[in-house]
Design a protein around this ligand. Sequence first.
Ligand code: XIL
Length: 444
Amino acid sequence: MGDAAATQARVDAFLAEVTARLRPTLDKSACAGAKLGATGTAVRSLLWKWAGSATHASQLTAQLTIRRKALTSAFSKVEDAGGCATNVDAVRTQVFVDRLVADIVAAFGGSVALSACELRQVAQVAGIAVGAALAPTLIAAEPLYADTAVREFNALTPENVMKWGPIEPTPGVWNFAPADALVDLAAAQGMQVKGHTLVWHSQLPNYINFLTPPAMLRSFMEEHISTLVGHYRGRVFAWDVVNEAVADDGSGLRPTYFFNQLGPGYIADAFRLAHAADPHALLLYNDYNAEFVNSKSDYIYGMVQQLLSDGVPIHGVGLQMHVTANGSPVNQPSLAANIQRFVNLGLVVNISEMDVGIRALMGDQASKLAEQRQIYQDVIAVCRSIVGCHAVTFWGFTDKYSWIDSTFGPDEPLLFDDAYNAKPAYFGVREAFFNSGPFICLAP
Ligand code: XIL
């Protein structure tokens, strides 16, 4: 087969693949049929245009890679025109397109050289958003902190400043400035923002305890969610709507103040309120110790399945991934099976707060750092292997500032050391993104 025929065959295969992968998602929405048809047509014409100008397959490969962004925007434009797009469509499209392109390039036996190989570039070609939890005070105070954050990450999450206590310390009195600073930084640096978090039992303002009867708490929750999500409408891509609502043993919902006053329906209510305040935002349930298949993740799975069948606007699940290394390897099959079952419900999954403590390890420093690297690498590799695991956020990025030290004792759980040097863990993460695609790094 000559190059032209080979190119055509590959384009056809690509289109069949795109259609097959998008169909289950799009068929779920009201305007699916029209969207799918229009999307297919748009993508087909783009591809044929590029294929026509490519003299052989390796050129098409290069074209596809360079034009990845245009391809993505073709999908989202079509979806927007359908009038039923949310960020869920956008995120799925992004992941599908980026990974399909990477897969095709790989199948062609080609490789694409990257001249910038910081995490954000490498993650981008793997179709995964890579973020860190950040503090605006440190952005303002330490140039090295700010520079490293924007150089390495294409997403951010406010570590504390969007939580209820910090952002609405007095009823109706809002302290938006610190969170605004992060959202502005993200806009200037092309970073996605994930808001964290609307309803959680922790870091609440004191006045919460005086909100009785239940109707009063309900109206404050309504005001809180509507105002906060409304304030950031269009600028915050995703929200951790409800955080840590499930009991540690997975036996049921945690008896929080919200649960005790409002009953289990507070969860669905929170999602509906957030959706009304920003219909495009990706809405997530977030929790810890639910990364692998266990009784807690079983409960969460049942809970989100019920929410979906009740028509509640929930779009994804965040798995925190606060890990303490203890000598055992990551159970990759269990992590993969857990992520996959949520994806099979039509949800997206993100690793939302990853850090890997090494304080419990014996041995020398080099072996501790090597084990930490392996854990990071193994987790990211699983996320990369599942279309639908669309983002990874680390809970900080420099060991100089980690919540682990003050909460659990001195540790070095993150990707950069106190002096902002990349640790072995950093290279493990990067390799997991790289391994996934035929990309080579030309940068030193
Ligand atoms: C932590 C912050 O990192 C600390 O600075 C703060 O004192 C307490 O909260 N799960 C979550 C995060 O969802 O919001 C928590 O963040 C860490 C555990």
